[in-house]
Design a protein. Structure first.
Length: 288
């Protein structure tokens, strides 16, 4: 492998089965992930986690904090600040209820996986410290789904700060993957006073790294990543600060990216529209 592209060995057989009509594509689950940024002397850095090798999906790959939507993320009792749910619905291209759930999932998952909370006691403030036993207990209750995010905000007297997020991209897991996600990528800056936690239940390593350095490590095969991760890293590298990246989010195209597979000249050709670097040619006579 010349780079760090995550490529499961079972994909070719699943692609063939899908083409033959013997594989039924799973319905993708809504998800959200956040590219958490901080400024450093050499430019912005992004927070990344290496997924545990025991994970069923993308084991060992570097990714951002994120995960699937909780059915309760669309609860109208969620205390909300920033652009309205309707504004987010227009930006994300989904119904208002779905937009709230996606944004809520982005904020909740960032807290669960990285210990960073994009919320505050008022619409123009943000908490400055999420360390301590009580915060950790709340994180664990959210992870276990013993506590909804709406209940958490209510108990803490906080409002979700949707204005601290910038929608960046949307990728849908290929139809031949058994676990599929319709994932919205967001950018956010690390709030002043907060720091990331390294005790994620889904990661065995966390790192702050510049997008350019991470992309170079991927190119050398030193860091494994899924196509959406490296693609978004490459776009982040153009910005000189976290503020610039967030400002640039407003103009980002959210047209969903979905892998395509076709038979061509005796090969299966796997491609992601608009992202030629991920194109892979698979001999039809073999399994990889």
């Amino acid at each position: 492998m010349s780079n760090g592209q995550w490529y499961p060995p079972e994909w070719p057989d699943r692609i063939r089965a899908l083409a033959a009509g013997t594989l039924t594509a799973a319905t993708p689950r809504r998800a959200a992930t956040v590219m958490l940024l901080r400024n450093a002397p050499g430019g912005p850095e992004v927070h990344m986690l290496r997924r545990r090798t025991s994970m069923a999906f993308a084991a060992g790959a570097y990714a951002y904090p994120g995960g699937g939507v909780d059915p309760r993320d669309d609860d109208r009792q969620v205390r909300w600040a920033g652009p309205t749910q309707q504004t987010w619905a227009e930006r994300l291209g989904v119904p208002e209820k779905d937009a709230q759930a996606i944004v809520c999932a982005a904020v909740r998952e960032t807290f669960e996986e990285a210990g960073v909370l994009l919320a505050g006691p008022t619409p123009d403030t943000v908490v400055d410290d999420t360390t301590g036993e009580q915060w950790q207990a709340d994180r664990q209750a959210l992870i276990a789904r013993d506590l909804s995010f709406a209940e958490f905000l209510q108990q803490r007297g906080l409002v979700l700060r949707s204005d601290l997020l910038g929608a960046w991209a949307r990728w849908i897991t290929p139809e031949f993957e058994p676990r599929r996600y319709d994932t919205w990528f967001f950018a956010a800056a690390l709030p002043a006073g907060q720091r990331t936690s390294d005790d994620s239940s889904e990661a065995d390593r966390t790192v702050w790294i510049s997008p350019g350095q991470a992309a170079s490590a991927y190119d050398r095969g030193e860091l494994t990543m899924m196509p959406p991760t490296i693609a978004t890293l490459r776009t982040l590298a153009a910005y000189g600060s976290a503020h610039d990246a967030l400002a640039g989010a407003a103009g980002r195209d959210l047209t969903p990216v979905l892998a395509q597979a076709r038979l061509e000249a005796g090969e299966l050709v796997l491609s992601w529209p608009g992202h030629d670097e991920f194109t892979k040619h698979i001999p039809t006579g073999g399994s990889n």
